[in-house]
Write a protein that binds this ligand. Sequence first.
Ligand code: NAD
Length: 356
Amino acid sequence: MTTFTYDALPARVVFGPGAAVTRLPAEIDTLGAQRILLIAGASELTLARELSAPFADRITATFSAVRPHVPIEVADSAREAAADADLILCVGGGSTTGTAKAVALTTGLPIVAVPTTYAGSEVTPVWGLTEDGRKTTGTDPVVLPRTVVYDPDLTLTLPASLSVASGLNAMAHCVEAFWAPRRNPVSSAVAADAIRHLAVGLPAIAADPGDEPARADLMLGAYLAGSAFAVAGSGLHHKICHVLGGAFDLPHAETHAIVLPYVLALNAPNAPDASSRIASALGNDDPVRGLHELGSKLGVPAGLRALGLSENDPQSVVDDILALAPADNPTPVTRDGLQNLLRAAWAGTAPTKGEG
Ligand code: NAD
């Protein structure tokens, strides 16, 4: 019999092409904001100013010194800029949302988020800060944005390569949600639908970044993927990528995209329900092959060796990964299994179910 615990996360989501223009002002009014801190990276500042023009008289501070992974000095300056604010409006990708979360963490200010990538951070209560080169993450409901306005039109300017990287990151969120520690029937249902939307949107955007329906598919998929991840948490795949990324300074999105099919191959035989739902969402009889083929079609590098790693590099961090491997991973994580997985992921050979 199925038993589970599900903590639903409270957030209002407004979704639709043009929503950032047509719906954002009313959302700001609903929250009664009078003194708004606007956070947007330098490249998204013009867009953010355009979107906030209808309530420009209530923008009392603007912060645009956004940097990846929220360095602590960036968080401190943004917090100073928030001194007089009663609401944070952030317009941008995961780095911008992360900056807004760093401010909310110490001030308790509500956030209205307008995402422009497929990061998914806007629907999670997870924050991250970097100090002395080390990234610390934590979970606090106070950083979960109060309202998210998703407008797929805002992503039309996101180049195909960034769109694919960001969308594949979202794919890692929802595939992993099937076996992550707090998985439940709700997060799995959301994850399956997320995969379906991402699998439609990703190849279409790679072929034509101006494809508006595909932009909507990708943004909806990213929202659902972030929601599943927020509830289910992270599992073996994220632990492997975290260790590899930290040890060898690897590009985040590519590492996730390369490793994911191999973790699925390891888990698939012992996660039959997840396997069949992922297969069906990908429209392929074999979920592992489906995910690998999607990645190849999207230009995912063939193996970790394509990122410059030597064959021994991944093997040298096996102990670090084993120390973090979740005890309830569908396939128990053994040293041999992990070594095989990393060998195959390094070589880029086609993953097959049960490998590892
Ligand atoms: P990002 O926010 O760093 O943006 C990447 C680049 O895209 C930037 O140069 C930005 O200016 C540009 N950009 C953003 N939107 C654009 C648009 N519409 N058109 C053109 N260019 C645009 O990258 P990201 O992938 O969105 O976010 C990654 C960060 O988010 C990482 O730090 C990651 O750890 C974090 N993250 C956090 C969570 C969480 O739950 N806390 C979840 C996912 C990701």
